[in-house]
Ligand binder design. Sequence first.
Ligand code: UDP
Length: 406
Amino acid sequence: MRIAMISEHASPLAVLGGEDAGGQNTHVAELSAALAAAGHDVRVYTRWDAVDLPATVRCPDGYEVVHVPAGPAEPVAKDALLPHMKGFSHWLTDRWRGDRWTPEVVHAHFWMSGLAGLAAGRRTGVPVVQTYHALGVVKRRYQGVQDTSPPRRIGYERELGRSVDRVIAQCQDEVGELVRMGVPRSRMTVVPSGVNLRTFAPLGPAADRDDGRPRILTVGRLVERKGFQTVVRAMAHVPDAECVVVGGPPAGLLETDPYAGRLRALAHSCGVADRVRLAGAVPREEMGRWYRSADLLVAAPWYEPFGLTPLEAMACGVPVVGTAVGGIRDTVVDGVTGDLVPARDPRALGTAIQRLLDDRIRRFTYATAALERVRERYAWAATAERLVEVYGDVAAVGRATRVVAG
Ligand code: UDP
């Protein structure tokens, strides 16, 4: 199939770890690669954010990235991109009308891509599949006044859910949120994200570590809702271990990062500064080395639309202690592949970490069950196959509707 991915702010070519570059970038890159490997013709449309970017880039993984000239050719925070979505959709429309390449299906990632994709899809008769990656209602609930999303986001997301040809929910928690928003269940299909089982595997090189101390790893964009503060506080209950935080700006720029500064100050006030290390952003291809160097991964977000890092750790044979939120409740089976604890509870988190560090057999059992689970359920090739079925369905319905109408 000819498949147009739209990922307005999250380019598959971006360096990850920064404030707006994380799971969605990985997801779009891996999904596009898996679809290309299965013989599909995939183009990823993402906004330009520098003047010297080539108009198109052919990736070694077999798909093409198209830089869309919508808004200024410089980085713009994702929450400030809405005014440029009209230009984005018109550019897509002109392109698909004028080009010899018109997609058979559009798969939009994030709500703003959905707006651009739906407008262009409706003008050109191409069906639209939507993955939200994150929902405004959830963000508003947890971030309150700190939520910088455009005020109309929640309304747009509801409208999108009722208008696109299919909504892909990534976990059961998201299904519940969407239903409460008023999106009909009949429009949804649950397809979780995948994990790259070549990049993330138990065997392979590991990052250096101090063998005298157990290593706890925690990974993500350095933003408050990822719960790194809870992890730092939990370290007071885990007296002998070191904690490595991967993510944020590159190591050289960490000194000036305000959130990194807050984490360091917190570590000092909790008396754990000598055991908490901020490693900064790590390139995607090196992430496996970091997981493999750890005794366990801690994922302690306040909320999590899906959460790739627990899956990546599980694929490396590393057990997970996670908070019982969002997608983590689907990926980590409590007491079988890891332990789940309530969010924002440093004592519960610290106790669970220490208990697992004290029990080598339990860690081994979790790791084995985790590996089996990711291999069975989360291989990208299988995820791509399930999505191709959805693409085929919506394209067939679109064709039938056009025949009836025409
Ligand atoms: N990641 C990375 N380098 C970093 C930090 C994160 O490659 O320094 C990757 C990580 O391996 C994962 C993604 O960024 O693939 C984070 O995805 P997740 O779903 O956990 O969080 P999100 O960023 O979507 O909130």
